[in-house]
Design a protein around this ligand. Structure first.
Ligand SMILES: Cc1cc2nc3c(=O)[nH]c(=O)nc-3n(C[C@H](O)[C@H](O)[C@H](O)COP(=O)(O)O)c2cc1C
Length: 313
């Protein structure tokens, strides 16, 4: 008889975290067809013929009984920019789909936006593995796009690019336009925001929602006109958007619509906390060896441009 192993569960968890994995969100539906999902890094391939994959769910998860009995489920492999979505689906029991736009596959299973790859599976077998259920699925449909995957290692998120430096971009020849501030601002903004905005959208927020929540970060209060100037949302759209966001509990409105003030809530703050961290990481990458000092100087200069060109009181 094997002796009871004297492995400390916390030490085991810590030791296992040295094994870098990808990150997935597994979705299914309950008996009422309500969407269910959870973040899982235990995903792995099993067999090519038949096409089988597996993942494991802790028995203590709210959704464990649903996944154990589900006939179908989908595994979404997350992209490097989907950290916020991963955190959303790692919250226990909450309505993780609230405010998230998603479609369903032919078996009614939720398909999440922005994932790199999706495997639609029919449950093949469920095994008991100690305090987890090991769920094996047969892949009957999949969708894949090219991109960088989200990595989980040592208890925190990383990307393959943060491990491997990107290869140098070929530089085209300079021209007089390179000396124009407006060109440099437009090009750097476009390139930086392309990557970041993809992250915002895959977190389930629209760009205007992100801009509003970011302007109200730390439960800030701002006047209506200040918010319009900061977010570039037209006054026409702003009213409806603010009411919708108040309904979601992300901010509170006071005073007359169109002239009152808007205050961010803790829930609103939490919606964008990870995006703030991600933005800081992307900025560090973009600034390269200019570092913190270069960033401070650049922001200082840009603030002068903002002040000298501001037409809003
Ligand atoms: C990166 C990451 C990977 C995770 N992988 C798993 C996993 O493979 N299996 C699991 O049961 N829980 C995993 N979790 C934890 C679940 O996502 C978390 O317990 C979730 O709250 C379960 O939701 P539920 O209680 O609503 O079912 C992971 C969490 C994170 C952040």
């Amino acid at each position: 008889m094997a002796e009871k192993p004297s492995i400390d569960p916390l030490a085991l968890r810590e030791a296992l975290s040295s094994f870098a994995t990808g990150v997935t969100i597994v979705t299914t539906v309950d008996d009422d067809n309500a969407p269910i999902g959870m973040t899982a890094s235990s995903f792995n391939s099993v067999s090519m013929d038949p096409p089988l994959i597996l993942w494991s769910v802790t028995k203590s998860a709210h959704s464990a009984p649903i996944f154990k009995d589900a006939d179908y489920f989908s595994v979404h492999v997350l992209g490097a920019d989907q950290m916020t979505l991963s955190n959303r689906f790692a919250r226990s029991g909450a309505d993780k789909f609230e405010g998230l736009e998603f479609n369903r596959n032919e078996k009614n299973i939720p398909k999440l936006p922005g994932a790199l790859t999706r495997f639609d599976c029919k449950t093949w077998s469920v095994y008991e593995g100690g305090d987890h259920w090991i769920i094996v699925g047969e892949v009957f449909e999949m969708e894949a796009k090219k991109g960088e995957g989200l990595v989980f290692s040592g208890g925190s998120y990383a990307t393959a690019a943060s491990i491997q430096p990107p290869s140098a971009m070929p530089q085209s020849e300079d021209g007089p336009i390179e000396d124009l501030l407006i060109y440099n601002l437009a090009r750097s903004y476009t390139q930086l925001s392309q990557k970041f905005h993809a992250s915002v959208e895959s977190s389930g927020l629209t760009i205007p929602q992100w801009r509003i929540l970011a302007s109200l970060y730390d439960c800030h209060t701002r006047s209506y006109s200040d918010l319009v100037a900061r977010t570039f949302v037209s006054p026409k759209k702003m009213n409806n958007l603010l009411l919708q966001m108040q309904g979601l509990g992300w901010l509170t409105l006071s005073g007359e619509s169109g002239s009152g003030s808007i205050t961010g809530t803790k829930a609103g703050h939490e919606m964008v906390a990870d995006l703030f961290d991600l933005s800081a990481k992307q900025e560090d990458q973009a600034l390269g060896d200019a570092g913190k000092a270069g960033q401070t100087k650049l922001i200082e200069l840009l603030r002068k441009v903002i002040a000298n060109t501001n037409v809003v009181d």
